[in-house]
Design a protein around this ligand. Sequence first.
Ligand code: PEP
Length: 249
Amino acid sequence: MRRLLFAANWKMHLAPADARAYLQNFLPAYAARTDRDVWFFPPAISLEAVSHAIARRPDLRSGVQDVYWEPKGAFTGAVSAPLAVQTGAGAALIGHSERRHVFGETDGDTQKKVAAVAAAGLVPVLCVGELLAERDAGKTLAVVSRQLEGALTDLPAAALATVVVAYEPVWAIGTGRNATPADAAAVHRHIRQWLRARGQAVPRVLYGGSVNLKNIADLLAEDELDGVLVGGASLDPAGWAQLVQTTAR
Ligand code: PEP
């Protein structure tokens, strides 16, 4: 059985002091469970505060929300994978829909980012997912395949073996609409087949898009889902602790 992964994407919320206060609430409310991992993706400015606060909890991990592919240099405003490693980060989101659709990130960018992240020893969490118009046109699997190809082709096998994929339909992120468990499972099956065909033995595939306390049980009842990537519902420490503590498989 693959371990469940609950990943919290704080987006542009929770500065260092807020992050410390959040974890003071969260840590006593969530006792480690042997069947699951919980990862936090704070804004880069709060990474060190988060890594420090969770240092005694090996079941918890911090990660960076985005990186630039160059390791260092004159790239004002950017954060590299090796810099994120120095803050204690263990993972990196790549190609989140807000990076793709607000900041214009391309499949070519995601390829360079995944390679840089893997080379730095971080776990790449590659986000893929279709727009509503693409879904309505029946193109979901084609879009997801294109995004996987774009980001992961040419990645060395050892690096590919570390990749986690998050299926996040763009129309479900922050909208209160989520994919049905069956719809999500169909896309997960496709992603898993794609990865297995390229030699990734036990890929972990997460679902993201308006996951909350009310819908998580139904989603995780689907065996294809190895966990969730959650934005809005991860911002309240008590609610997030309840979600990760109580959700049964
Ligand atoms: C996300 O930010 O990846 C996300 C899925 O957001 P939300 O849970 O708010 O839809």
